[in-house]
Design a protein. Structure first.
Length: 329
């Protein structure tokens, strides 16, 4: 049984970090020893050296032309990252300060934007979309391999946190409004079948408060879900029989959004403004998590063209935008 939430450890706020409106998608780039995260509502991408999380001058901010839903590392270009923006997948070059569109979203039944996303071990970029107006389930789960953009599952109103088991044989995708995890038997060389080989589990439980948001999987196979409006991040053991809550971490404010593990095993949490508290970054020391830390952050790697495949068969040819770090959207 888990301890009462009031007895759960409290992640310490990083006071030097910027105040966030809708902080999301923290990831660690171990090659450059930096932390990346976004503020969706402020249309901003952030980068900071891991050694300088307590230095307010160390946080680099990139102002984007529209709301970013997620950021992933780019294995093809070390000086770049991939971003999910409302209209599609983009590459951002840190050195040149340029955005290049790699793929465009197909039409949907309602206005949507890309929400959370992550890369699998094969380097494919997985992301979900959400209905920008709420209500009608118009979101879909997509996989982008650098050439083809494939719709894998849907519709739901809001796809959210994604992750994989340590062995890579199970993929987890969050249905926020449905309060459940969709779990798929996973083959890194193929695509999961939303019918056969998949199952759903309620998170945190249909009768409980809080909506599952971002997700991270630890090295021991535990699935950590940020519970929006519940003020906590909880670790679950997920099986076909259901999701059993094992441990919880409290955060400052009611709206944690996502989490990641730092190289030393500490758990870092992003949050959104709410309940009179601004969003920001918080950290729980490694010794208090009870686990061995996280899994390596996968990087995007574009699929090479197969024999006989026409070059440039991607959903849209790469297109640079006439944009360089403009004012807020």
């Amino acid at each position: 049984m888990t301890r009462p939430i009031e007895d759960a450890p409290l992640a310490a706020r990083i006071d030097a970090a910027p105040n966030l409106i809708l902080g999301e998608c923290p990831i660690v780039d171990e090659r450059s020893d930096t932390l990346l995260f976004i503020d969706i509502a402020a249309c901003a991408l952030f980068r900071v050296p891991l050694s300088r999380l307590d230095d307010p001058e160390a946080y680099e901010r990139v102002r984007l032309p529209d709301e970013p839903g997620c950021v992933v590392l780019d294995g093809d270009r070390p000086d770049a990252v991939l971003l999910g923006l409302p209209t599609g997948v983009f590459r951002y070059s840190w050195g040149a300060g340029e955005l290049t569109q790699l793929a465009a979203l197909p039409p949907a039944a309602a206005p949507v934007r890309i929400n959370d996303g992550s890369c699998d071990a094969a380097g494919r970029f997985w992301f979900g979309t959400m209905n920008r107006a709420g209500g009608e389930p118009a979101g879909a789960l997509f996989c982008f391999d650098g050439r083809d953009l494939v719709r894998v599952d849907g519709p739901v109103a809001c796809w959210n946190g994604l992750g994989w088991s340590p062995g890579g044989d199970v993929m987890y995708a969050t249905d926020t409004i449905g309060q459940e995890l969709r779990c798929y038997d996973f083959d890194p060389d193929g695509l999961p079948n939303p019918g056969e080989g998949s199952w759903r589990v309620a998170v945190p439980g249909q009768a409980e408060a809080g909506l599952p948001d971002g997700l991270v999987v630890d090295a021991d196979g535990g699935v950590w879900s940020a519970l929006w409006d519940a003020g906590r991040v909880s670790r679950f053991r997920v099986t076909r029989a259901g999701a059993r809550e094992l441990f919880s971490v409290r955060v400052d404010g009611p709206r944690p959004t996502a989490a990641t593990f730092l190289p030393d095993g500490a758990l870092l949490v992003t949050s959104a403004a709410g309940g009179g508290v601004t969003g920001g970054l918080s950290v729980l020391p490694a010794a208090m998590t009870g686990v061995r830390g996280g899994l390596p952050e996968n990087r995007f790697r574009a699929r090479a063209a197969s024999s006989g495949e026409a070059p440039g068969a991607s959903p849209t040819a790469p297109e640079k935008l006439g944009w360089t770090n403009p004012p807020f959207c």
